[in-house]
Design a protein around this ligand. Structure first.
Ligand SMILES: Cc1ncc(COP(=O)(O)O)c(C=O)c1O
Length: 387
């Protein structure tokens, strides 16, 4: 009998080792990893530079808290602000926590505007995490069930439907909008450019904050540092996590010049956020991403993979759509296929299925063309006889 609380339907494969884009199970079988720990291990597994860096830091200092000078946090914040155009960062431990900080930011905005019981627009198909604030922002009834009452801050509207936003133009309670540029958990639905640009405009006109949840798409996965950079807009705040620590838990809220002074002394905190071991790794991760130009690499290899998917799978009767940005790609099927992920594991690839029938590909950004071919060959075998 398991002593783990059963929140996950775990597949019976035990990974014991990783190397670049490959994972190895306890029987020595090798798998091509097209999931990267759910968009986390952008630099792949057991990267020797990251491991060496971590070992040095592990022998020096693990944790002191944020009560003391934090030059490594400053350095990470400086890099993140430079690549995002934001002004300041707060470090937390996960995507949900980064979003909690963003939700608090919307309350501070409301306070400035003297708006009581403020509301934030979020979208059907979006996913922002499992904590109470992030869950309330998430429209999916499966995530929300069992945990009522929820925070009442959120108005859930259809994605890519500006008329629905327009209907709230004069709603005096709205103070912010939060969205993902490509909805990850929700089925790899990209935001339309016109929709995002209109969002930015209405946020300016109505003095609403525009917040991008970059937890899954951020850190170069889209082929640019951040998803919003595909839309020629700049948000007021972004949240990130996942790939920032390549596997160590870290999240961040980044704010722009409008919101940089909203949080003041004592208004927010985290024991572990930006701890020495983690933030030192974040700096190394950022250094490697910049040196190896991973945004450009993700764009190039993402285009290669998408073209290959279209060419080899596009004509199959079961395949309805192939979409996404960079190395965040989805293959929507006409219907769910039972045990598809397990069947992939049998054929030595790690994939994911989200929203019931969308195969989600989130490989490490160090994927090469040969890895794309290997992956697409297996996907073809898995899908070719399905009607
Ligand atoms: C877009 C988005 N936001 C937030 C989260 C929550 O992140 P975490 O699981 O680190 O709390 C996720 C996780 O999948 C995500 O994809």
């Amino acid at each position: 009998m398991s002593h783990l609380i059963s929140t996950y339907a775990r597949l019976p494969v035990e990974f014991v080792r990783g190397e670049g884009v490959y994972l190895f199970d306890n029987k020595g079988k090798k798998y091509l990893d097209a999931l990267a720990g759910i968009a986390v291990c952008g630099i792949g597994h057991a990267n020797s530079e990251l491991s060496a860096n971590l070992k040095v830091q592990a022998d020096k200092l693990w944790h002191t808290s944020s009560l003391f000078a934090a030059p490594e946090q400053e350095k990470a914040a400086q890099t993140l602000c430079r690549i995002s155009g934001m002004k300041r960062a707060f470090f937390a431990n996960s995507g949900a926590e980064a979003n909690e900080a963003a939700i608090k930011l919307t309350r501070l905005h409301a306070e400035k505007l003297a708006i009581e019981n403020p509301q934030v627009i979020s979208f059907h198909g979006g996913f922002h995490g499992r904590t109470f604030g992030a869950m309330a922002a998430t429209a999916n009834p499966k995530i929300r069930a069992h945990f009522f009452p929820h925070l009442r801050d959120f108005v859930h509207l259809p994605f890519n439907d500006f008329a629905a936003i327009e209907a709230h133009r004069f709603n005096p309670k709205i103070v912010a909008v939060i969205f993902e540029c490509v909805q990850g958990e929700g089925g790899l639905h990209p935001a339309e450019k016109e929709f995002v640009q209109k969002l930015r405009k209405i946020c300016d006109e109505r003095n609403w904050l525009l917040i991008c949840d970059e937890v899954q798409i951020g850190m170069a996965r889209s082929g640019k540092w951040f998803g919003f950079q595909h839309y020629d807009i700049s948000p007021d705040a972004i949240t990130m996590a996942k790939a920032l620590g390549n596997g160590l838990p870290v999240g961040a809220l980044l704010v722009n010049e409008k919101t940089e002074n909203y949080f003041q002394l004592g208004m927010h905190g985290s024991t572990f956020g930006g701890g020495n071991l983690v933030i030192n790794t974040v700096n190394k991760v950022l250094e490697i991403y910049e040196r190896d130009n991973l945004p450009e690499r993700a764009e190039k290899i993402g285009n290669y993979l998408k073209n290959l998917l279209n060419e080899k799978l596009g004509g199959l009767p079961i395949v309805k759509d192939i979409r996404g940005l960079g190395l965040m790609l989805g293959i929507e099927l006409n219907r769910p296929i039972e045990n598809l992920v397990a069947k992939g594991l049998e054929k030595s690839v790690v994939i994911n299925v989200t929203a019931g029938k969308v195969i989600r590909l989130l490989p490490p950004l160090i994927f090469k063309e040969e890895h794309c071919r290997e992956l697409v060959d297996v996907l073809f075998q898995l899908l070719k006889n399905e009607q």
